[in-house]
Ligand binder design. Structure first.
Ligand code: SF4
Length: 205
């Protein structure tokens, strides 16, 4: 298995891809990623379009109570928890960071509703830092391709970061997500259409 060959093919196929979430600032990206847990990106975009039009930044969004936020995001999975987390997150950002999103993984992970994956997305997509966020697609596709062999997102992240050049971490996140969405689906991977089939140990004939 050649990691370089796999990455070259992924890059060729998905070089023009980026986050499917819509956002106009790192703060909006953070809120969109919190909302995206167990909710697809299109649904998140439908929620954030009117939300960010009215409340574009931390200060304005912080004016909403958790109960008011619930009403705005109730088409989202786990919306009650997410409303609580977003309200508390805005408060912490205002209290401790003057309403700005910190460019630091440890600080990000102290924010309510922010785990390692969300922090890595904010760092890589929002700030352009080298970080490789492992979501459900990245986890599944990298295990199938043999780029990783891990049981947890953290172990897959470590393994991916050890085989993928640092300069490609942020892009590889997008490539693996889009390959998972378009070809290497969870239930029925389209192996017969997959450009990686000759290199993949999980190919289904
Ligand atoms: S060959 Fe099949 S299992 Fe392997 S990456 Fe392609 S779609 Fe996924």
């Amino acid at each position: 298995m050649s990691v370089k060959k796999i990455l070259d093919i992924l890059e060729q196929e998905y070089h023009d891809t980026e986050s499917a979430l819509h956002f106009a600032s790192v703060f909006q990206l953070l809120i969109a990623v919190i909302l995206s847990a167990q909710t697809n990106d299109n649904q998140v975009n439908k929620i954030t379009a009117p939300l960010f039009a009215e409340y574009p930044d931390c200060l304005s969004l912080s004016k909403l109570s958790a109960a008011e936020l619930e009403q705005k995001i109730k088409t989202c999975g786990l919306y009650k928890n997410k409303a609580q987390n977003i309200a508390a997150c805005c408060k912490m950002l205002l209290d401790e960071y003057n309403g700005e999103v910190p460019r630091d993984r440890e600080a990000l992970m102290k924010l309510p509703g922010v785990g390692r994956k969300t922090a890595n997305v904010v760092l890589s997509v929002g700030f352009g830092e080298p970080a490789l966020a492992v979501d459900t697609h990245v986890f599944r596709v990298s295990n199938r391709l043999g780029l990783a062999n891990g049981k947890t997102p953290d172990s897959v992240e470590q393994q991916l970061c050890s085989v993928i050049p640092r300069a490609k971490w942020a892009q590889a996140h997008h490539w693996l997500i889009w390959h998972g969405r378009r070809v290497c689906n969870a239930q029925k991977p389209k192996c017969s259409e997959c450009k990686l089939a000759a290199l993949c140990p999980s190919v289904v004939e």
